[in-house]
Design a protein. Structure first.
Lengths: 162, 425
């Protein structure tokens, strides 16, 4: 079970506003990445995000570059998951690979506002928000396995040792 | 039931007789591409407990994102990569004297029709231009492929784009690609393949195809492609590449959506700040847009053909004194060809600054970043807020002809107006 406060944004939140390209070869510490999370979209996010908070976005969340500092910076800022109407494909992969839960649910996105406290039952695939319950589709088993391992690094370790 | 190009290639790479769109499979790519991010990838590779890369000959590493190094941090990054490639016996390593990875990979004969190329760069879609299946992945995924040789992929649905008419400087592959992205939106091809067919494609140059496939990343596509034909074979033969299997979609393959455009009916467009799908015909821009900086280059439009279009418009002229222009050829092969043809001399005489091949300021790393309030008109592929180093700057995207015409006036200018005035030779 996940419980956290919502940070809500619109459509096409791109990787340049999540983690600006100028930092991609100068910052390698995940903790330092967290200080720049969503910097050019919402300068308050990095300093005010509480552990467990939930980032909510519209269509095509994470479009743009393949830089995986984008989901890592959001994870390191303390967010427990991202709910969006849809995800850009490389961002989706990078989030799973970083062990960050990503949920696709257009109805839940429309139902919540910034600051709402919502709960997610990951076993049942349910989002509890604004007095309503929303089902979200499960990840493909192959993808869920990577997330359950804690990300692709741990998953690859397991495969190499198998 | 017929199969698409993507279904055929991915079936082969996962060892199944056939696969269908939507299926998740584990594939062995023929090539995994990375660039300056290879230092980070090598650290992730080590953290996985891996010692030796599984298939050194299936790895290509090309330094391009910040070359020559802009700071000691970048230099350390490059040094780490050189040491890693040496220790691992990676032969397809190209240092700062080659160019942008998406230009160098095909130039070095490492893109073959029918092959599967994965790259930890979103514009890896470019390599579909030579009939390969090519998609972007993340850094950790590149590390995992280095370690294991394989990765999961979802088989994409396919959008077919049928093109009639012909490409020209004033209705270029850039204009068509931006028009398409504007029409379907920046998520219009999300998770999907985009197949380009039709008479305009049959008569198109490889440079045009590279531009088209490169930009499909901006529509959210997994891959974009042009199936290999006589033009492809001729381009590859010049680079000694003759050993490959051409893959084409079956006539009865299933498509998610079909679109068609007549290039002769299109007009020059720009993508306005701050999204690539914010596309407008230049003739319909409501106000004059003064341009502080003009950028010609990048993996989208840094080829000889692009440089020649700009040089033809600027020959014997001077860049407007209210603007500045920087030129980055996409590779050293292009750089040398543009020197030999005189086009770099033409651009320099017109007042452009000629820089070394590389990604330059496209991602805001160095060599031409913007100040707050400044406007850049660029041939690149992305105009997001903060992209060129400052969130209060604005980036417009256009074709080589558009940026050259605009260099003469200092404002975003329809290249047809300049050609009509006899400025172009």
């Amino acid at each position: 079970m996940i419980k956290g406060n919502v940070w809500k944004y619109g459509d096409d939140v791109n990787t340049d506003v999540i983690f600006p390209g100028k930092y991609t070869y100068t910052i390698s510490d995940p903790k330092e990445m967290a200080q720049h999370a969503l910097e050019d979209l919402d300068p308050t996010f990095a300093s005010e995000c509480q552990k467990g908070d939930i980032v909510v976005g519209g269509e095509n969340f994470g479009c743009g570059s393949s830089r995986e500092q984008a989901p890592i910076s959001i994870r390191e800022a303390g967010a427990s998951c991202i709910i969006a109407k849809s995800f850009a494909r490389i961002f989706f992969r990078n989030a799973i690979n970083a062990g960050l839960l990503v949920i696709t649910s257009a109805d839940a996105v429309d139902a919540v506002e910034k600051g709402d406290t919502i709960e997610i039952d990951t076993d049942k695939g349910l989002i509890l928000a604004s007095g309503q319950t929303f089902n979200y589709p499960p990840l493909a088993p192959e993808v869920a396995e990577i997330l359950e391992c804690g990300g692709l690094i741990e998953y690859t370790k397991m495969k190499m040792n198998a | 039931m017929g199969q698409t190009f993507s279904e055929k290639i991915l079936a082969k790479k996962c060892g199944k007789p056939s696969v269908q769109a939507g299926e998740i499979i584990v594939v062995e790519p023929d090539m995994v591409l990375s660039h300056d991010n290879s230092a980070a990838i090598s650290k992730t590779f080590a953290s996985m407990g891996a010692k030796k890369v599984r298939f050194p000959d299936r790895i290509a590493i090309i330094l391009d994102h910040c070359i020559p190094a802009a700071s000691d941090k970048h230099a350390i990054n490059h040094k780490t990569i050189r040491a890693f490639t040496e220790a691992q016996g990676i032969e397809h390593f190209y240092d700062i004297n080659t160019g942008i990875c998406h230009q160098v990979l095909p130039e070095k004969g490492l893109v073959k029709p029918g092959s599967l190329i994965l790259g930890s760069d979103s514009h890896t879609t470019s390599h579909g231009s030579l009939g390969a299946f090519a998609a972007g992945i993340g850094r950790t995924e590149a590390a995992s492929i280095w370690a294991t040789g394989s990765l999961w992929l979802r088989v994409p649905e396919t959008i077919q784009v049928h093109l009639t008419g012909s490409f020209s400087p004033v209705c270029s592959a850039k204009d068509l690609a931006l028009k398409l992205i504007g029409d379907i939106g920046s998520d219009g091809a999300l998770y999907k393949a985009v197949e380009f067919v039709g008479p305009a494609i049959e008569s198109s140059a490889i440079a045009d195809r590279m531009t088209l496939c490169n930009l499909m990343a901006e529509a959210g596509a997994k891959n974009g492609y042009v199936m290999a034909d006589a033009t492809t074979r001729e381009w590859l033969a010049k680079r000694g590449v003759t050993d490959y299997e051409t893959v084409v979609s079956d006539p009865d393959a299933t498509y998610d959506r079909k679109l068609s455009y007549n290039l002769d009916e299109l007009e020059p467009v720009v993508a306005c700040p701050h999204n690539v799908d914010n596309v407008r015909p230049i003739s319909e821009l409501e106000e004059t847009v003064h341009v502080d900086q003009i950028l010609l280059g990048t993996c989208t439009n840094g080829r000889l053909e692009d440089i020649q279009i700009a040089a033809n418009i600027l020959k014997g002229k001077k860049i407007n004194r209210t603007t500045r222009m920087i030129v980055f050829p996409a590779s050293h092969e292009v750089y040398r060809a543009a020197m030999a043809s005189g086009d770099l001399m033409t651009l320099s005489e017109a007042g452009a600054v000629i820089l070394n091949p590389g990604c330059g300021p496209c991602l805001g790393a160095h060599q031409g970043c913007l100040a707050p309030g400044e406007v850049c008109l660029s041939t690149a592929n992305r105009n997001f807020k903060g992209r060129m180093g400052n969130k209060d700057a604005a980036v417009y995207l256009g074709s080589p002809a558009t940026i050259a015409a605009s260099a003469l006036t200092g404002r975003i200018t329809d290249p047809r107006d300049v050609v009509a005035q006899g400025v172009s030779s």
